[in-house]
Design a protein around this ligand. Structure first.
Ligand SMILES: [Zn+2]
Length: 327
């Protein structure tokens, strides 16, 4: 069904069952499993370890991206320890590192201020990644609708109505979308040798022209499309097509499928449901980006973008290989 191999450059998928591997075979897929570091769950146990094991066992199907723990502010050796952990993960096959939206939106310093991603405490870690040639996947900030009233027409209505903890509209004292992304942009600017991939269209999914502005400024910046197909579908197709052509080397396909249970521990019914949903997700991306027939988005029927075979191959495969060395 797809003429080229696909790399899904952003998801969370413990596909250790023969049925899962068969699905990957069908699409000729390789997956980049991404760790999310947060103090509220044991990400080393539930993500890093199974992701590492999958990449070891099925290196042609899986790669993994690690993360680092949030700072203890009374620890003068924080960055040194984080770097030591990263080095252990790189030795265990990790090809990249992720930072998450808790920086800027959740984590606070001892004075109660939100800790931004450009806080000097992280600079040695980012410099180390640049020096080691390991890319940084940055999920910093959220879609603009996180700061706006709930709106059923928004692509993000479902998420914020179910995750009110992350919906910050009307919360006084909360950093703005612009402030959070300015901190992110300063990291990209301050570490020009660091390769940065902005997850979820770089949290600028509401307008590809905003992404283009960053790409013009920062040659070390790319984005992945994970969980943001609807945002692309709801924008002017000619603007989206121009953007994808203009930055044809800097947009990476990803789905952000989240399936935390190891698939060999699911019931056959659960597994079939998950794998069928994954198949449908891959087909939908291929159909909307590569085809011209209408695809349904939140009750709206939107014609596919009909991107060229050459561009599809970059988006779905070659760009991930260029931005994630070793994948
Ligand atoms: Zn994700």
């Amino acid at each position: 069904m797809n003429a080229f191999p696909i790399i899904d450059a952003h998801l969370h998928f413990i596909g250790n069952h023969p049925d899962s591997l068969a699905m990957l075979e069908e699409f000729n897929l390789k997956l980049l499993n991404v760790c999310v570091s947060h103090s509220s769950f044991k990400w080393r146990e539930i993500m890093a370890t199974p992701y590492r094991d999958l990449a070891r066992r099925y290196p042609h199907r899986y790669a993994w991206c690690t993360a680092f723990v949030s700072p203890g502010f009374d620890d003068p050796d924080y960055a040194e320890r984080a770097i030591r952990d990263l080095e252990r993960d790189f030795a265990d096959g990790a090809i990249a590192c992720k930072v998450w939206k808790d920086l800027g939106m959740d984590l606070r310093d001892p004075q109660g201020r939100y800790v931004m991603v450009d806080d000097p405490i992280f600079a040695p870690i980012f410099e180390h990644l640049a020096h080691r040639g390991k890319p940084l996947l940055m999920h910093i900030g959220e879609p603009l609708s996180c700061w706006q009233p709930l709106n059923p027409a928004s692509p993000h209505y479902n998420y914020y109505s179910k995750n009110p903890r992350w919906h910050v509209y009307g919360r006084p004292g909360f950093p703005s979308h612009a402030e959070i992304l300015a901190a992110r942009d300063r990291v990209i600017e301050n570490h020009p040798r660091l390769r940065v991939i902005g997850a979820h269209l770089g949290s600028l999914e509401h307008d590809v022209r905003e992404i283009a502005r960053r790409m013009e400024r920062f040659p070390n910046f790319a984005v992945d499309t994970s969980a943001r197909l609807t945002d692309l579908a709801f924008q002017d197709p000619s603007v989206v097509r121009d953007f994808l052509h203009r930055f044809s080397d800097r947009v990476l396909f990803g789905t952000d499928i989240v399936a935390r249970t190891p698939q060999d521990q699911m019931t056959p019914e659960e597994r079939t449901e998950l794998l069928d949903a994954a198949r449908a997700n891959y087909r939908r991306h291929l159909a909307f980006l590569g085809g011209r027939a209408p695809v349904e988005f939140q009750g709206r029927s939107i014609p596919g973008l009909g991107l060229s075979a050459d561009l599809m191959e970059k988006l779905f495969f070659a760009n991930a290989r260029a931005w994630y060395p070793g994948i």
